[in-house]
Design a protein around this ligand. Structure first.
Ligand code: 11C
Length: 344
């Protein structure tokens, strides 16, 4: 089966990751790439100014970039992946869904809307049921599905694994790579010899998106999980890979060994881009580290380590590649789920 996909915002940092992940995908065939009007008509090679760590795929390099607008995007695409700036996405994505397109989006707009599935397949695949509610309420033939912010994706599968022990409160402090800030972050040296505390908006996304992901959907209605989450987010000079220090209060006070087992046994999903084991747990307390561990499972596996019991709860560190597992790879996985569940 070949599913023809379009990439919205294909020339940016996350857009390039989409191209890298999809050019030889077993199901998806890249059939269109879009960017802002200034790049329309250029070849993808010229428009993208490729910065990903593998060569630009020849099958995409010569494609002509089309403008990101509902009118310019061909009707005959089966699925759209979006990494548009959220302001553009807020305008264009609803128009495309109204026109019948199914959109798997990494953009931050509408993540918390009650009728928009915010999905990590290993955590809450059943939230796709919200598509029925969305279609009924918005009169769409298409559908909009979101993946969370990269720092939320790094932590939330570990919380889902621990929820069996009664998750009541979480404090998390992040060390986020510069690629999360886009090209200007990577190219600017302002972060060398420095750490930037407080990344506007990021803290709130972690606190709210995680409760939605861990929540439940019944009869087309969403309920948030009642865990309390407090996040402090920091930008550090690593290039890729967000590391997070998590402190979790669990009603049942499990031992570190029980937590280790729960994380390592967290169930995977049978989708082409999903790692067999979603969370790898290190014994070595000095792991995971961004440079050493971000590419585990081709950038799709989350790592955890440094497990420690304290009188009040469990401490551990977790890590994921922010532009693969945390962004483009997350949307691809949701696209695979949409295909698997018959929405595409
Ligand atoms: C960062 N997590 O590292 C951000 C970038 O909501 O998708 C991605 C923002 C988002 O700064």
């Amino acid at each position: 089966m070949s599913v023809r996909v379009g990439l919205l915002g294909a020339t940016g940092a996350v857009g390039q990751r989409f191209v890298q992940l999809l050019h030889d995908h077993p199901t998806f065939e890249i059939a269109a790439v879009t960017a802002s009007p200034e790049s329309a008509g250029e070849s993808y090679r010229d428009a993208a100014k490729w910065r990903v760590d593998t060569p630009i795929p020849e099958s995409v390099a010569g494609m002509t970039v089309i403008e990101t607008s509902a009118e310019a995007i061909p009707d005959d695409l089966d699925l759209l992946f979006s990494s548009l700036p959220s302001g553009v996405a807020a305008e264009v994505e609803p128009e495309l869904c109204r026109a019948g397109h199914v959109v798997s989006s990494n953009s931050s707009n509408e993540r918390m809307a009650e009728d928009v599935p915010l999905t990590i397949p290993e955590v809450n695949a059943d939230h796709l049921d919200l598509i029925e509610t969305q279609r009924a309420e918005r009169g769409w033939d298409g559908a909009l599905v979101k993946n969370p912010n990269c720092s939320t994706i790094t932590m939330t599968p570990t919380l889902a694994a621990l929820d069996q022990f009664g998750l009541s409160r979480v404090h998390v402090s992040t060390l986020q790579a510069v690629s999360g800030a886009g090209y200007s972050g990577v190219t600017s040296m302002e972060i060398i010899d420095n750490v930037l505390p407080y990344i506007g908006g990021e803290e709130e996304k972690m606190e709210t998106e995680s409760r939605k992901l861990l929540g439940s959907v019944e009869d087309g209605e969403l309920s948030l999980h009642d865990v309390e989450v407090a996040a402090s987010c920091n930008r550090v000079p690593s290039l890729d890979g967000h590391l997070e220090n998590v402190f979790a209060e669990l009603d049942e006070n499990p031992t570190a060994a029980e937590v280790h087992e729960a994380l390592a046994d967290f169930a995977g999903v049978d989708l082409p881009s999903a790692p067999e084991q979603p969370i790898h747990v290190f014994e070595d307390p000095e792991r995971p580290q961004p440079r050493l561990d971000r590419m585990r499972g081709q950038g799709m596996q989350i790592s955890a380590g440094g497990l420690r019991e304290t009188p009040e709860g469990i401490q551990y560190n977790c890590l994921a590649h922010n532009t693969i597992r945390g962004a483009a790879g997350a949307s691809v996985l949701n696209g695979e789920l949409l295909v698997e569940e018959g929405w595409v």
